[in-house]
Ligand binder design. Structure first.
Ligand SMILES: [Zn+2]
Ligand SMILES: [Zn+2]
Length: 343
């Protein structure tokens, strides 16, 4: 997940640091930020393998999601046979598990970064603190973010999972019963899911930036210009329904419950990490895990750029990629002007 410098084949903007670094950001990773080389038109297998290895062979958010998914699946998840008949007991179990995994991650991250200032401003992207402003529900950014995450986010996410598992238990989705059923697919699907998540997010997100939907729905998420861990799931209920619709892939491709749990944890816990506002979590000045996504932080500041994620370079292909440089800021501002001039 660490930017792989030297493999970004973007022709422009030029590879140069921002001139106004201090004015723009408190901290940013090396610029221009990199996108995955996996889908480069001129294949570079070494760089692609290195990108995938960087995501999976050390403690990163995807590995954290997978560890959480394994623990939950082995010790807490209801069995497929139990879920053949709808009962509140197993449905509520899923809801409580989902609340628990969000609390276990978002509360310590928020306390570390914003309450106890555990690493002060080190690796914090935006120089500003979280806000108290009338544009937020309850006039307070953190309370607003927690409210929308818990009142809408977790219930909608759980509802999608309950629908899926009830469907899968009753034969409406292809289920992989165990690792031995298809060991190669079992492993490969975890890698595929990260790319699927990125692909789905890009298109849903572009839809949400259609002016009418932006104003009515997506605006709620974008009230957060400077983001924190709880901002990740702070969305309008309609956006939650669309965001979690990524789960439909499991109605099509053979999936083990562990794939589905990992996928939904990645959507949720991944958003908590990516909106944390800090590049890495440091403990005693030592990096423990990559946290925030500067790619997405740029979206929250400049709006009409970086609709997707680094995994698939759709933003580059559709000319909305902001790589963090001043040159890209100029291009994105010009793009924004032309978008609004058409309205
Ligand atoms: Zn966001
Ligand atoms: Zn957006």
């Amino acid at each position: 997940m660490k930017p792989v410098n030297g493999v970004d084949s973007s022709p422009a903007p030029a590879c140069q640091p921002t001139v106004k670094k201090k004015a723009d950001w408190n901290y940013h990773p090396p610029l221009p930020i990199a996108l995955s080389p996996v889908f480069d038109f001129s294949p570079s297998p070494g760089a692609a393998l290195s990108w995938v290895a960087n995501a999976w062979l050390k403690l990163t958010p995807p590995v954290y999601h997978l560890l959480n998914a394994i623990i939950v699946y082995l010790f807490l998840w209801p069995s497929i046979t139990t879920m053949q008949v709808f009962e509140w007991r197993w449905a509520l179990t899923i809801l409580f598990i989902n609340y628990a995994v969000v609390f276990i991650l978002a509360v310590p991250l928020h306390l570390h970064f914003y309450v106890f200032a555990g690493q002060k401003m080190k690796q914090k992207f935006d120089v500003r603190a979280m806000e108290k402003s009338t544009r937020f529900t309850f006039n307070h950014q953190t309370i607003d973010n927690v409210f929308w995450s818990l009142i809408s986010g977790v219930p909608v996410w759980s509802a999608w999972m309950i629908v899926y598992f009830y469907g899968a238990a009753n034969g409406y989705a292809p289920v992989l019963n165990c690792f031995a059923d298809g060991p190669i697919w079992f492993v490969l699907f975890f890698l595929v899911l990260r790319f699927w998540q990125s692909f789905h997010f890009y298109w849903i997100h572009r839809l949400l930036h259609v002016p009418w939907l932006f104003k009515k729905v997506h605006h709620l998420h974008h009230r957060n210009v400077n983001v924190g861990p709880w901002s990740g799931l702070s969305m309008h209920p309609v956006e939650h329904v669309l965001y979690y619709s990524s789960i439909v892939i499991h109605f099509v491709l053979p999936s083990h419950p562990l794939h589905v749990i990992f996928h939904l944890f990645a959507l949720n816990l991944g958003a908590v990490f990516s909106h944390s506002g800090f590049h890495k979590l440091l403990v005693k000045d030592k990096p423990v895990i990559k946290a925030g996504s500067f790619h997405h932080q740029l979206h929250h500041r400049y709006f009409e750029c970086n609709y997707g994620s680094e995994e698939i370079p759709l933003d580059r292909w559709f000319h909305s990629f902001h790589d963090g440089t001043s040159r890209a800021t100029q291009l994105i501002r010009a793009r924004k002007k032309s978008i609004f001039a058409r309205k």
